[in-house]
Design a protein around this ligand. Structure first.
Ligand SMILES: [Zn+2]
Length: 178
Protein backbone atom coordinates (compact mmCIF):
# COMPACT_ATOMS: atom_id res chain seq x y z
CA UNK A 1 0.00 0.00 0.00
CA UNK A 2 1.03 3.64 0.25
CA UNK A 3 4.13 4.82 2.04
CA UNK A 4 3.91 4.80 5.83
CA UNK A 5 4.00 8.39 7.00
CA UNK A 6 2.41 10.33 9.79
CA UNK A 7 1.37 13.60 8.18
CA UNK A 8 -0.17 16.33 10.27
CA UNK A 9 -2.95 18.74 9.51
CA UNK A 10 -1.90 22.30 8.58
CA UNK A 11 -4.15 23.40 11.45
CA UNK A 12 -1.63 21.82 13.84
CA UNK A 13 1.57 22.45 11.89
CA UNK A 14 1.15 26.09 10.86
CA UNK A 15 2.21 27.92 14.00
CA UNK A 16 3.24 31.35 12.71
CA UNK A 17 1.58 34.18 10.80
CA UNK A 18 2.92 34.47 7.21
CA UNK A 19 2.49 38.28 7.35
CA UNK A 20 4.24 39.20 10.61
CA UNK A 21 5.61 35.97 12.13
CA UNK A 22 3.35 36.23 15.19
CA UNK A 23 1.84 33.18 16.88
CA UNK A 24 -1.20 31.54 15.31
CA UNK A 25 -4.17 30.50 17.41
CA UNK A 26 -6.64 27.91 16.10
CA UNK A 27 -10.03 29.65 16.26
CA UNK A 28 -11.97 26.51 15.35
CA UNK A 29 -12.95 24.99 12.04
CA UNK A 30 -10.41 25.87 9.37
CA UNK A 31 -9.57 29.27 10.92
CA UNK A 32 -6.10 30.22 12.18
CA UNK A 33 -5.59 33.75 13.50
CA UNK A 34 -2.48 35.74 14.36
CA UNK A 35 -2.33 36.94 17.96
CA UNK A 36 -0.14 39.90 17.01
CA UNK A 37 -1.77 41.40 13.88
CA UNK A 38 -5.12 39.53 13.91
CA UNK A 39 -4.61 38.32 10.33
CA UNK A 40 -6.93 35.42 9.61
CA UNK A 41 -5.70 32.43 7.63
CA UNK A 42 -8.13 29.76 6.45
CA UNK A 43 -6.93 26.26 5.64
CA UNK A 44 -8.93 25.40 2.53
CA UNK A 45 -9.12 22.41 0.27
CA UNK A 46 -7.04 22.78 -2.89
CA UNK A 47 -9.10 21.71 -5.92
CA UNK A 48 -7.79 19.05 -8.30
CA UNK A 49 -9.10 17.93 -11.67
CA UNK A 50 -9.16 14.17 -12.28
CA UNK A 51 -10.00 12.55 -15.62
CA UNK A 52 -11.84 9.27 -15.99
CA UNK A 53 -11.12 7.96 -19.48
CA UNK A 54 -12.32 4.66 -20.95
CA UNK A 55 -11.06 2.54 -23.82
CA UNK A 56 -13.32 0.83 -26.41
CA UNK A 57 -13.77 -2.16 -24.08
CA UNK A 58 -14.89 0.25 -21.35
CA UNK A 59 -11.90 -0.39 -19.18
CA UNK A 60 -10.79 2.67 -17.22
CA UNK A 61 -7.40 4.23 -17.85
CA UNK A 62 -5.25 4.90 -14.80
CA UNK A 63 -1.73 6.26 -14.51
CA UNK A 64 1.00 4.76 -12.35
CA UNK A 65 2.94 7.43 -10.49
CA UNK A 66 6.65 7.59 -11.21
CA UNK A 67 7.72 9.68 -8.19
CA UNK A 68 7.02 10.09 -4.48
CA UNK A 69 4.63 10.76 -2.90
CA UNK A 70 2.52 7.72 -3.77
CA UNK A 71 5.17 6.30 -6.10
CA UNK A 72 3.92 3.13 -7.79
CA UNK A 73 0.26 3.70 -6.98
CA UNK A 74 -2.48 4.05 -9.59
CA UNK A 75 -4.37 7.30 -9.97
CA UNK A 76 -6.53 9.15 -12.41
CA UNK A 77 -4.79 11.49 -14.81
CA UNK A 78 -4.97 14.97 -13.36
CA UNK A 79 -3.57 17.32 -10.80
CA UNK A 80 -3.82 20.49 -8.78
CA UNK A 81 -5.51 23.53 -10.25
CA UNK A 82 -2.99 26.32 -10.90
CA UNK A 83 -3.38 29.82 -9.49
CA UNK A 84 -4.74 31.21 -12.76
CA UNK A 85 -6.50 28.09 -14.09
CA UNK A 86 -10.05 26.84 -14.39
CA UNK A 87 -10.82 23.19 -13.66
CA UNK A 88 -11.28 22.62 -17.39
CA UNK A 89 -7.92 24.19 -18.22
CA UNK A 90 -6.24 22.02 -15.58
CA UNK A 91 -7.82 18.89 -17.02
CA UNK A 92 -6.68 19.78 -20.54
CA UNK A 93 -3.15 20.65 -19.41
CA UNK A 94 -2.72 17.48 -17.36
CA UNK A 95 -3.95 15.29 -20.22
CA UNK A 96 -1.35 16.91 -22.46
CA UNK A 97 1.46 16.70 -19.89
CA UNK A 98 0.82 13.18 -18.62
CA UNK A 99 -0.51 11.43 -21.75
CA UNK A 100 0.29 13.70 -24.67
CA UNK A 101 -3.35 13.82 -25.78
CA UNK A 102 -6.15 16.33 -26.21
CA UNK A 103 -9.34 15.48 -24.33
CA UNK A 104 -12.92 16.68 -24.30
CA UNK A 105 -14.66 16.77 -20.93
CA UNK A 106 -17.99 14.98 -21.15
CA UNK A 107 -19.54 15.13 -17.71
CA UNK A 108 -19.03 15.77 -14.07
CA UNK A 109 -18.81 12.60 -11.96
CA UNK A 110 -18.46 13.90 -8.43
CA UNK A 111 -16.05 15.27 -5.87
CA UNK A 112 -14.46 14.03 -2.67
CA UNK A 113 -12.48 15.64 0.16
CA UNK A 114 -9.15 13.81 0.28
CA UNK A 115 -5.72 14.22 1.87
CA UNK A 116 -2.47 14.48 -0.04
CA UNK A 117 0.59 13.61 2.03
CA UNK A 118 3.36 15.98 1.09
CA UNK A 119 6.46 16.92 3.09
CA UNK A 120 4.93 15.60 6.31
CA UNK A 121 1.84 17.75 5.84
CA UNK A 122 -1.61 16.31 5.29
CA UNK A 123 -2.66 18.72 2.55
CA UNK A 124 -6.45 18.81 2.20
CA UNK A 125 -7.66 18.73 -1.39
CA UNK A 126 -10.99 18.44 -3.14
CA UNK A 127 -10.73 15.75 -5.82
CA UNK A 128 -13.12 16.70 -8.64
CA UNK A 129 -13.67 14.03 -11.29
CA UNK A 130 -14.81 14.29 -14.89
CA UNK A 131 -15.46 11.69 -17.52
CA UNK A 132 -13.40 12.63 -20.57
CA UNK A 133 -12.84 11.43 -24.11
CA UNK A 134 -9.60 11.54 -26.07
CA UNK A 135 -10.18 13.58 -29.24
CA UNK A 136 -6.61 13.81 -30.49
CA UNK A 137 -3.46 11.74 -29.99
CA UNK A 138 -2.52 8.33 -28.65
CA UNK A 139 -1.94 8.17 -24.90
CA UNK A 140 1.67 7.61 -23.92
CA UNK A 141 3.07 7.97 -20.39
CA UNK A 142 5.15 11.09 -19.92
CA UNK A 143 6.10 13.61 -17.24
CA UNK A 144 5.49 12.00 -13.83
CA UNK A 145 3.72 8.90 -15.17
CA UNK A 146 5.58 5.55 -15.06
CA UNK A 147 2.93 3.60 -16.98
CA UNK A 148 -0.66 3.72 -18.06
CA UNK A 149 -2.98 0.78 -17.65
CA UNK A 150 -6.55 -0.16 -18.51
CA UNK A 151 -8.61 -1.95 -15.90
CA UNK A 152 -11.96 -3.66 -15.60
CA UNK A 153 -14.14 -3.07 -12.57
CA UNK A 154 -13.04 -6.43 -11.14
CA UNK A 155 -9.36 -5.60 -11.60
CA UNK A 156 -9.75 -2.35 -9.66
CA UNK A 157 -10.30 -4.24 -6.42
CA UNK A 158 -6.71 -5.57 -6.57
CA UNK A 159 -5.17 -2.22 -7.45
CA UNK A 160 -3.24 0.10 -5.12
CA UNK A 161 -5.34 3.28 -5.42
CA UNK A 162 -4.45 5.76 -2.65
CA UNK A 163 -7.68 7.77 -2.75
CA UNK A 164 -10.88 6.16 -1.42
CA UNK A 165 -13.04 8.65 -3.32
CA UNK A 166 -11.53 7.70 -6.67
CA UNK A 167 -12.05 4.01 -6.01
CA UNK A 168 -15.66 4.65 -5.01
CA UNK A 169 -16.47 6.77 -8.04
CA UNK A 170 -14.95 4.21 -10.42
CA UNK A 171 -16.72 1.28 -8.79
CA UNK A 172 -20.04 3.17 -8.91
CA UNK A 173 -19.64 4.52 -12.43
CA UNK A 174 -18.51 1.19 -13.91
CA UNK A 175 -21.37 -0.74 -12.34
CA UNK A 176 -23.61 0.23 -15.23
CA UNK A 177 -22.09 -0.15 -18.69
CA UNK A 178 -22.95 2.72 -21.00
ZN1 LIG B 1 0.45 38.47 12.04
Amino acid sequence: MTQATNPQSPLKLYKFCPKCGGDFTHRGGNHLQCEACEYSYFVNQAPTAGLVIFDEARRVMLAKRKFAPYKGTWQSVGGFVGLDESLEATAMREAKEELGVTVRIENFLGSFPEVYEFGGVAVPFLAIYFAARIVDGTPRPSDDVAAIGYFTREELTELDIPYPGLRKILMDYMKHPQ
